[in-house]
Design a protein around this ligand. Structure first.
Ligand SMILES: [Zn+2]
Length: 181
């Protein structure tokens, strides 16, 4: 779905330190298509609501965005726990979203670990997709994930519900699919 209202340049915290470059483009294309706009808007909602200072030496801004081990990584200066949680939610789902086109519920390749759909895989490597993908069990984006933190009482597990997000990402893909296929 083309959204003419979204412009990464409206978000000052996406600029690098010298303010010469907007780092939004560092999100791989498939993930940008799948959830880039949602992610940026979710973070910005917190920034605006909490009146978080942006940019400069002490303000909140993106340090780096990249793909690592098949998932989205976003590093910040002066972020908050809530912002980190938002990014982790999207990172967890990115593991099963094609890095090329944004198709949800896809497996990883072995070797160089990235989530990729069969169509993008064939376009890039032109080899046997089934042999190249990792045996992960389910390729579906999860509805929940668990984080573990060790403290003096032992290990504390927290379950994070991301089912609303998986629904939104699948719905967006369904709409886009009709446009690109
Ligand atoms: Zn793809």
């Amino acid at each position: 779905m083309a959204d003419n209202n979204f412009n990464p340049n409206d978000y000052k915290w996406l600029l690098n330190y010298e303010e010469t470059y907007n780092q939004y483009e560092d999100i791989p294309e498939g993930w940008r298509e799948a959830f880039g706009e949602m992610l940026i808007k979710d973070i910005d909602e917190v920034v605006k609501r909490d009146n978080i200072e942006v940019g400069g030496d002490f303000g909140f801004r993106v340090m780096e965005i990249k793909e690592k081990w098949g998932e989205l990584r976003m590093y910040f200066f002066n972020s908050t726990d809530e912002i980190e949680r938002i990014v982790t939610n999207y990172s967890m789902l990115s593991k099963n979203i094609c890095i090329g086109c944004g198709k949800p519920d896809v497996p990883w390749t072995t070797g160089y670990i990235i989530p990729v759909c069969e169509k993008c895989f064939r376009k890039w490597w032109n080899s046997d997709y089934r042999k190249a993908i990792a045996d992960q069990g389910s390729y579906m984006m999860p509805d929940t994930y668990v984080t573990r933190r060790t403290n003096k009482d032992g290990i504390k597990e927290t379950i994070h519900d991301v089912s609303d997000l998986t629904k939104k990402i699948r719905a967006r893909w369904k709409t886009r699919k009709e446009e690109i296929e």
